[in-house]
Design a protein around this ligand. Structure first.
Ligand code: GDP
Ligand code: CA
Length: 335
């Protein structure tokens, strides 16, 4: 039998806010920590892009491939055992863009999605349809953050422009420009009118535990929190809300969060990101607790002094079991 402390802290319904690569690693850890809980994964869709007439949802696809063991394990995104014949053919035709890698297997997903859009299906319906292939677990649901269109644009410095600035799609900034240009602003086009779906609102309201993945605070978690209805649902839910830092020792483990955080006025530091999300007892805040890596243990005191409950444990997601370990530590801390 479980000791009473474990029994009382085991949630029956968990909601997670997540991006792609970091988010999907985290969700595999959540599943390992709570194998029988109902799990609603609310995924960022502000990275979505249309290329070659195909609708591509990078974070949703990464989540589905990762949960269905179809992911390229080395890259952490894209399909395993991928081939690139279609890209090669497009290049031979001189068709742009050539900077966004689209593998043959991956393209099948985008073809299915694009056809379903043409048939009138919503992103939520399409994701559910795609998930029937990838997710065998009937208690695990992948939900786009909204059915409305939201696109992250990055405003970069460009001295060839009369204004000295230019806005590019997030994918162009990250994939083509390698996050190298100076970032002046990050804009989520469409976010001001986007609404959470009924499934997302219900997941947050009915959960007894909400986890914020260590995903990019600016372009993964930021858009989800900005969708109409999400922040109020997080502030009102009876669930405990626990956030995990993707900034370890002053830098992201992977990705470009360090290039984007300064543009929204947040220091590239674990404590600063936690306070950016904020404690629930302050206006706009969403967190009951903030979990940082042991490399940032020195920030625990100042985060607590600013009114946010915090702890430091090792946060490297080396395996689902390691990830499950730090998730349980966070849950036991708030219990
Ligand atoms: P993307 O949408 O594919 O860019 O991925 P996410 O936004 O979901 O996740 C990217 C974030 O995950 C980055 O800011 C990383 O620092 C963070 N991350 C990646 N690996 C780890 C890890 O092992 N531990 C922690 N704590 N964060 C990680
Ligand atoms: Ca992403």
């Amino acid at each position: 039998m479980n000791p009473p402390s474990e029994a009382t802290s085991a949630p029956s319904r968990v909601a997670v806010l997540a991006g792609g690569v970091g988010g999907s690693r985290f969700v595999r850890g959540v599943r390992a920590a709570f194998p029988t809980a109902r799990l609603d994964v609310i995924v960022n869709t502000a990275d979505d892009v249309t290329l070659h007439g195909l609708r591509i949802c990078p974070d949703i696809d990464t989540m589905l491939y990762a949960l269905g063991d179809g992911i390229d394990p080395a890259k952490g995104w894209g399909r395993a055992d991928e081939t690139w014949s279609i890209m090669d053919e497009l290049k031979t035709y001189g068709v742009e863009p050539t900077w966004f890698a689209l593998g043959d297997r991956d393209i099948a997903t985008h073809l299915v999605r694009t056809q379903l859009i043409a048939a009138g299906a919503t992103p939520t319906e399409i994701t559910t349809a795609l998930a029937t292939r990838w997710i065998a677990d009937p208690a695990l649901h992948v939900l786009p953050m909204t059915d409305d269109r939201v696109e992250t644009h990055v405003v970069i410095a460009d001295d060839r422009e009369p204004s000295g600035r230019r806005a590019v799609h997030f994918q162009e900034f990250w994939v083509r420009l390698h996050a190298e240009p100076e970032v002046l602003d990050v804009v989520q086009v469409g976010l001001d009118t986007a609404r959470a779906t009924a499934a997302v609102t219900e997941a947050l309201t009915a959960a007894d535990l909400v986890l914020i993945a260590p995903s990019n605070p600016v372009v993964s978690i930021g858009p989800i929190l900005g969708v109409g209805g999400v922040r109020p649902a997080l502030r009102a839910t009876n669930a405990r809300v626990i956030g995990f830092s993707g900034i370890l020792g002053g830098a992201p483990v992977l990705g470009m969060a360090h290039r984007l955080l300064p543009a929204i006025g947040v220091e590239v530091a674990a404590g600063a990101v936690g306070l950016h999300y904020g404690p629930r007892n302050r206006p706009g805040g969403i967190l009951d607790a903030w979990v940082m890596d042991t490399a940032d243990a020195g920030a625990v005191e100042s985060v607590r002094a600013a009114g946010l409950s915090a702890l430091a444990v090792p946060l490297l997601m080396s395996s689902p079991e390691d990830t499950a370990g730090f998730i349980r530590a966070g849950v036991e801390f708030v219990a």
